[in-house]
Design a protein around this ligand. Sequence first.
Ligand code: GDP
Ligand code: MN
Length: 342
Amino acid sequence: LIGTSNTENRLAIRDEDYSASTEAPPVRAAIVALVRNSDLFGLRQSMRQIEDRFNSRFNYPYIFVNDEPFTEEFKQGVSDLTDSHVEFGTLDHDSWKVPEWIDQERYEKVKLTATYPHAEKDSYRKMCRFQSGFLHRHPLLKDLEYYWRIEPDVEYFCDIDYDPFLFMKQNGLKYGWTIAMPEFMDTIATLWNTTEQFIGEHPEYLAKHSLREWITGNGGGYNGCHFWSNFEIVDLSFYRSAEYQAYFDYLDRAGGFFYERWGDAPVHSIAAALFLNATQVHYFDDFGYFHPQVSTCPGGSKQRGRCVCDSDLSIVQNGFCSVRYRNIKHQILHPDSPTAAH
Ligand code: GDP
Ligand code: MN
């Protein structure tokens, strides 16, 4: 499949005219990451690919946020890779702490006994809490309509020859994703119960034609499906909305970011699946993407001739959560037709 080109598909997307222009970016958007100084090498490798595959033609700015001041070496090492504007910020202490309502004794016990990945780490939990509730409120992101989240050590396998921000804006999309998979349920043991309590208090927040069924199973409980938020392109009005803010505050008070290890991925995804309509969520299945240890690679015509990945080796598109998403979305968009084929 590598190297095959499909002119028809290429034309289809060109027709929409989301291609690069010489003018300033048409959307107030940025490529954003929370990173450490020690992530310099991994981040440079991510940026190199994003520049080559997309941003050297579109020139969106980058914004990097850290819980410590960035070193000169970091700033130089990152700026050297792009002609775009790069901003560096530190975060506010209140957004990076164990809140005072957390029972320290109970929390310490969890760190000693839990067995899931990163169970013993304070910093990982602070990171997940920050990316769930605070990154989008950082002052450097204040004027942005959209962000595209990146991380160190990710790869982009295909050219991205159109502007996904503009594509989302012109199609009224609020959440874009590339990889969906089930969560380690031990890290979110009470997340769904807490969510149900929240919905019980705020039924008015539920979207009418949401993807709720995508994340729930036969018994109505959470099936663990979530979008992998190390990649996400988001209309920030979603995270800034009253319902998202109230949801985050409710979760934060419940303490599960610390008593368990709730990730920003399930939190973002549950919110997207409950508060957005299915038509506002977009699967970027034309993006080839890797974050350790999972990759996705467009199949067939979606490769459009410029990918360096083998879709036959990428199983995530045919995994439970991706297939379920496609089927549920199909049902919602075409309620009268039979279930989509697998
Ligand atoms: P994983 O993707 O779940 O394995 O977690 P990562 O280690 O990749 O962390 C997710 C993101 O948060 C990455 O962009 C990291 O650079 C960033 N990150 C994680 N821990 C910290 C931290 O303690 N401080 C800062 N500034 N960034 C962090
Ligand atoms: Mn990561």
